[in-house]
Design a protein around this ligand. Structure first.
Ligand SMILES: Cc1cc2nc3c(=O)[nH]c(=O)nc-3n(C[C@H](O)[C@H](O)[C@H](O)COP(=O)(O)OP(=O)(O)OC[C@H]3O[C@@H](n4cnc5c(N)ncnc54)[C@H](O)[C@@H]3O)c2cc1C
Length: 393
């Protein structure tokens, strides 16, 4: 069977739905395909079920890409304010949790329902459980084949996402297609992912499991000041997830467990003013007691602060203000929130999201070499790039 559409969108996630809606609004005949049974699964599980759908602080600095300027045009064409207006127009209540992160008050399902309603209004044809077997370009038309069907279109939008969480539909479809068309793909890696640690660190973390604190976690010149959590599996929490997008195997990360206080100076002052107080008690004025005890134990310091040498105080304060940890890996795509790398942005027009080599072929969302920081930026990229492709496809 041969069917004609103006546009076929592969992947009915955040970016694909947005592009289909926008193109449909322009009167284009749009077919939106997904191999999954349920639509918008990543949206549903996002933000702990409340979907952190955008961030008030969205700008190019919150994205990682080989071309750091690439996102600017799309973010300008469709900003976080535009998406907030859409959410408001559907009377979905939301709140800022922290650091500009906007979450639904009730449930992420509200965002999925909003997109499905908009797609229906824009007369988008949605087909689920479609397993594409081939895509070819003949005479400036794209032919998408599945089963005995060949669907023809003038514009093909690839919105098949990244590799994270394969069990809810992630696939390497977009990367394979790009390679088939000889488009460069930047090496992919799990990002916003828990790091894994050696037995020594694990033992410490297990003893502290459940404890959280604000920390500055750094890798080279990049740092994040957000929550950090000790768990049975190691170190986790937003600051660790954020740094995972920059960390490379073999590198150390540095952790400041007390970002606002110079511990060495604090301990020296205490030694003059309160020499008879136990060093662990002094440190627990600043960091949680359990953590203070373990750090003192590891540094082999105990007793009144007056009895501790300058050298030991310096070593102790370094392990609080500048604790170097060498992760041994990451938990991989099984738990990663996003995929670093993807379709090289040099292949794509930043104004339209269309391939520079193949007129009518578009890439949007996470499949591209654009990765947002934690905090709603990845969805904003999906909305912005999806909107843009929807205007030009
Ligand atoms: C647990 C978790 C929580 C997250 N929380 C947040 C958050 O709160 N805020 C935020 O900004 N980001 C969050 N993210 C990241 C965000 O979900 C993604 O960056 C975003 O969904 C990417 O949108 P996308 O449309 O490009 O890809 P996706 O949403 O992954 O959509 C891709 C679609 O393509 C389909 N597909 C794949 N292969 C094929 C194929 N071969 N044929 C047909 N269809 C195919 C998939 O089934 C899927 O529906 C989270 C991610 C995870 C895993």
């Amino acid at each position: 069977m041969i069917k004609e559409f103006n546009i076929i969108v592969v992947g009915a996630g955040a970016a694909g739905m947005m592009s289909a809606i926008e193109a449909g609004k322009r009167g284009r005949k749009v077919l939106l395909l997904d191999h999954a049974k349920k639509i918008g699964e990543k949206i549903r599980i996002s933000g702990g079920g409340r979907c952190n759908f955008t961030n008030l602080n969205t700008d190019a600095s919150k994205f990682i890409s080989q071309n750091s300027n690439f996102v600017k045009s799309a973010l300008k064409q469709y900003s976080h304010e535009n998406f907030i207006s859409l959410v408001e127009s559907h009377k979905i209540k939301f709140h800022e949790k922290k650091l500009g992160q906007l979450f639904c008050d009730k449930s992420a399902q509200q965002i999925i329902d909003m997109l499905l309603l908009e797609a229906e209004k824009a007369k988008v044809t949605l087909k689920k459980e479609i397993f594409i077997t081939d895509i070819n370009m003949i005479d400036n038309e794209y032919i998408v084949s599945f089963g005995n069907n060949n669907y023809h279109c003038e514009s093909l939008i690839i919105a098949s996402g990244g590799l994270s969480i394969p069990k809810i539909g992630a696939s390497k479809f977009g990367y394979d297609l790009a390679r088939k068309f000889n488009l460069k793909v930047i090496e992919t890696m799990p990002a916003l992912v828990p790091l894994t640690f050696s037995e020594k660190i694990l033992t410490m973390c297990k003893g502290l499991a459940g404890l959280s604190l604000e920390a500055v976690v750094s890798h080279n010149k990049t740092f994040f000041e957000e929550g950090m959590l000790f768990t049975h599996r190691g170190l986790s929490g937003p600051s660790i997830l954020q740094i995972s997008s920059y960390w490379k195997l073999g590198d150390e990360i540095s952790i400041n467990l007390s970002p606002n206080i110079n511990i060495l100076q604090f301990l020296i002052d205490k030694r003059s003013n309160s020499p008879k107080i136990d060093v662990s008690s002094i440190i627990s004025e600043i960091i949680p007691k359990r953590l203070a005890s373990i750090i003192c134990l590891q540094n082999n310091v105990k007793g009144n602060i007056s009895e501790i040498s300058n050298k030991s105080l310096s070593k102790l304060s370094n392990s609080i203000n500048n604790w170097f940890v060498k992760p041994i890996g990451t938990e991989g795509y099984r738990t990663a929130e996003v995929t670093l790398g993807g379709i090289d942005t040099n292949e794509i027009s930043s104004k339209t999201m269309m391939s520079k080599k193949y007129p009518g072929l578009f890439f949007i969302g996470e499949v591209m070499d654009v990765t947002g920081h934690l905090g709603g930026y990845n969805f904003q990229w999906a909305w912005s790039s999806g909107y843009v492709a929807g205007q030009y496809a």
